[in-house]
Ligand binder design. Structure first.
Ligand SMILES: Cc1cc2nc3c(=O)[nH]c(=O)nc-3n(C[C@H](O)[C@H](O)[C@H](O)COP(=O)(O)OP(=O)(O)OC[C@H]3O[C@@H](n4cnc5c(N)ncnc54)[C@H](O)[C@@H]3O)c2cc1C
Length: 680
């Protein structure tokens, strides 16, 4: 009887729900996903959900989109949102559920009660950040958020800066209406998802905090006027090197930065800097022979002799001095001199944490602040103005948040340090014809300095040369060099498990060879011994787990196991590794002529990092001379205008040597800063 009764109740309930469950129609709602808002529309007939569609989103292809693909059919089948989220895409999964729940509530005629006070207490939530778990803990009184703490392994200068900025905004404004921080959207999205989860636990309606505006100064009718000896556009590596040098030479300095945080592409660089360094190289086993002349030769050859030999001479002969100068300003280095991907000679040294923000940006920014240099954030330079004598002496800029116009007057000189243009699909297409490739760059790398420079009369150099880095994440385009195998202890194979290119070769050669492989993908394979040298051994366990859960890194107890997980042909991989180990035993790679072979691949666990080409560096840019002065087509100097870093052309030729860009930014940034301070 009991059974029948319960069945009957269920049937009656089911009938009631089915008969009058929903008001038919299509309802929409938004929720905050990982990279921004997602908009969902859900269609109902009187009895059930008939369709769910994500109308708009910025979620990561292959992660957020995979969550949608998996969850929407499951929700339709369950007729509710109590379905599994997608592993590695928690924030996208939660946002989808939140938006669909909202539509269900609308179709069911449920009006949410608005609660406008907090339940005092401390609440916490854990989400997946960029590098691993991110736990946010928030404390509330009845009417206020009083504290926000974040605990995780996000990247210094990117994720951590974004969290600091967002925390301040939330506390100052008691609001959740915060946009993601450009350049750190994944961490921003994850942090805000955890914050919303804590706020939900506090009992207040999210809509109350989402409706509060973030305070920002009102735009004034008149332009804001500011003056300094040297005006620098761009707060990246070259900009800070220039600013430090200018300040140390007695000038006053203002740096304009269009982003909400400093660092540019330099903040996300691995921190590998090339310089012949006899003191360190002689201690290597075996000792490394090197010289400025060899560095010049390697750089010119690598760029197919398209670089300006004079600029290359300056780059190479000041490289070691640049490294020592950075050390004197607080940069710490790893001990091992090695050959980075596309580095072509063992003369690379990494910043201690392999994070250029820590090694380059943070110490220089501190020094700039100590010397009274000013950084104006959210300030996008638009054009350069010259005085009656033809000397560039003004930068016109706009506040990116409220449109306020600024006029910066340079008593001595203006320095453009705006970086490259890999993140401008339009410029990449215009100058190189490439389209559809992802980029490893910050979204701020849009070539603004080129446009401004050209309008001021500058010539461009080497614009058709763009570097496609072979170490891109096949899904996001982000760089994975810090945990891919080191060259001498790893191999690149294709989906068939076969080697296809010399691993120690030029980046363009490896990228082009990869593009010709099935799926335009290659796999860096190494073992636990080789992995000791690769960054894998140094990764915090949580980051390792994060990488494996997202399929950015595979670990296998046998080569077969590894191949199966990564989708490589197991037989092909086993045969390739056996052959490679023979070559290692013989001490020479006669198959692909890799420069150096050290350890065999034989000790479990085995590792695999899938890699695809990604737009990485734009070698072309403003034409400069050895004094970092910007030149016109006829070779004459534009008075008062300097440029340094990736915005310039002619230094790398057709292909940049891995590890030469940071050297470039520091060497030419310092030259520009010193000359500008002297009003040359
Ligand atoms: C993921 C990654 C890893 C890398 N690793 C290495 C490495 O280990 N070693 C190496 O040698 N090279 C590396 N590179 C290359 C190197 O980092 C860059 O070439 C270099 O950092 C560029 O420095 P920069 O100062 O010229 O430009 P950036 O550091 O990009 O700085 C330019 C700044 O100008 C700002 N800006 C742009 N336009 C305007 C405007 N209109 N108004 C105001 N501000 C503006 C930007 O927002 C940005 O902050 C790497 C690059 C990437 C993307």
């Amino acid at each position: 009887m009991k059974k029948v009764f319960s069945l009957a109740v269920v049937m009656i309930l089911a009938f009631c729900l089915c008969a009058e469950a929903y008001t038919p129609g299509t309802y929409s709602a938004t929720a905050n996903g990982n990279n921004g808002k997602i908009e969902v529309s859900v269609t109902f007939d009187a009895e059930k959900i008939t369709a769910i569609e994500v109308v708009q989103h910025d979620e990561t292809p292959g992660l957020g989109t995979a969550a949608f693909e998996q969850m929407i059919p499951a929700m339709l089948s369950a007729q509710n949102t109590k379905v599994d989220g997608f592993s590695g895409a928690t924030n996208s999964s939660n946002a989808l559920k939140e938006a669909v729940d909202n539509c269900i509530a609308q179709a069911s005629g449920i009006k949410a009660e608005v609660v406008s006070t907090f339940k005092p207490g401390t609440y916490s939530a854990t989400v997946t950040g960029h590098n691993g778990p991110l736990t946010v803990t928030m404390t509330f009184t009845e009417d206020k958020i009083t504290e926000i703490k974040a605990d995780g392994i996000e990247s210094p200068g990117l994720g951590i800066s974004a969290i600091e900025l967002l925390t301040k905004k939330i506390l100052d404004n008691q609001s959740l209406a915060c946009d993601a921080i450009s350049g750190a959207t994944v961490t921003s999205g994850a942090f805000m998802a955890a914050v919303r989860e804590c706020v939900k636990q506090s009992g207040i309606s999210l809509s109350v905090l989402e409706a509060r505006k973030i305070a920002y100064p009102e735009k004034k009718a008149e332009p804001v006027e500011m003056t300094a000896d040297v005006i620098i556009v761009g707060a990246g590596g070259a900009g800070f090197a220039a600013a430090t040098e200018a300040l140390e030479n007695g000038a006053t300095v203002i740096i304009l930065e269009k982003n909400e945080m400093i660092g540019g592409n330099t903040a996300r660089a691995g921190g590998t800097l090339n310089a012949p360094d006899p003191e360190r190289q002689s201690k290597m086993n075996p000792p490394v022979e090197d010289s400025v002349e060899l560095f010049i030769k390697n750089t010119l050859e690598a760029g197919d002799f398209k670089a300006d030999p004079e600029l290359v001479r300056v780059l190479c002969s000041h490289a070691l001095e640049a490294r020592h100068w950075l050390s004197a300003h607080g940069t710490k280095w790893t001990e091992m001199v090695y050959q980075t991907i596309g580095g072509l000679w063992p003369r690379s040294l990494d910043e201690k944490d392999k994070i250029a923000f820590n090694g380059f940006i943070a110490p220089l920014a501190k020094r700039v602040a100590e010397l009274g240099g000013k950084v104006v954030l959210n300030c996008k330079a638009e054009s350069l103005v010259a005085n009656d004598a033809g000397r560039v002496n003004q930068v016109v800029a706009f506040d990116t948040k409220n449109g306020q116009e600024y006029r910066f007057t340079a008593k001595k000189a203006v320095i453009l340090a705006t970086g490259g243009y890999s993140a401008s699909a339009a410029l990449v297409k215009k100058y190189n014809g490439l389209s559809g490739l992802p980029t490893s760059n910050a979204p701020t790398s849009t070539g603004d300095g080129l446009t401004m420079g050209v309008k001021a009369g500058a010539a461009l150099e080497g614009m058709d040369y763009i570097q496609i880095h072979p170490h891109g994440n096949p899904i996001t385009g982000g760089l994975q060099s810090h945990f891919a195998g080191v060259i001498k202890n790893s191999i690149y194979v294709n989906k068939n498990g076969k080697r296809f290119v010399e691993e120690s070769g030029r980046r363009d050669v490896i990228s082009n060879a990869t593009i010709a492989q099935p799926g335009q993908i290659m796999y860096s394979i190494f073992d636990s011994e080789g992995g000791f040298y690769a960054g894998v051994k140094e990764l915090p366990p949580a980051e390792l787990a994060n990488l494996t859960s997202k399929g950015y890194l595979y670990v296998g107890e046998t080569l077969e196991d590894l191949a199966k997980k990564a989708g490589i042909d197991p037989k092909g991989l086993k045969a390739t590794v056996a052959r490679y180990n023979e070559l290692v035993a013989a001490g020479k790679d006669t198959d692909f002529e890799k420069d150096e072979v050290e350890l065999p691949i034989g000790k479990a666990p085995f590792y695999c990092v899938p890699l695809s080409p990604t737009l990485h560096h734009t070698m072309g840019g403003l034409k400069i001379n050895t004094e970092a002065q910007v030149l016109r087509e006829d070779g004459s100097v534009i008075p008062g205008l300097y440029a340094a870093g990736e915005v310039t052309g002619g230094i790398h030729g057709s292909n940049r040597v891995g590890g030469n860009a940071l050297t470039d930014g520091v060497v030419f940034g310092r030259i520009a800063g010193k000359n500008a301070a002297m009003g040359k």
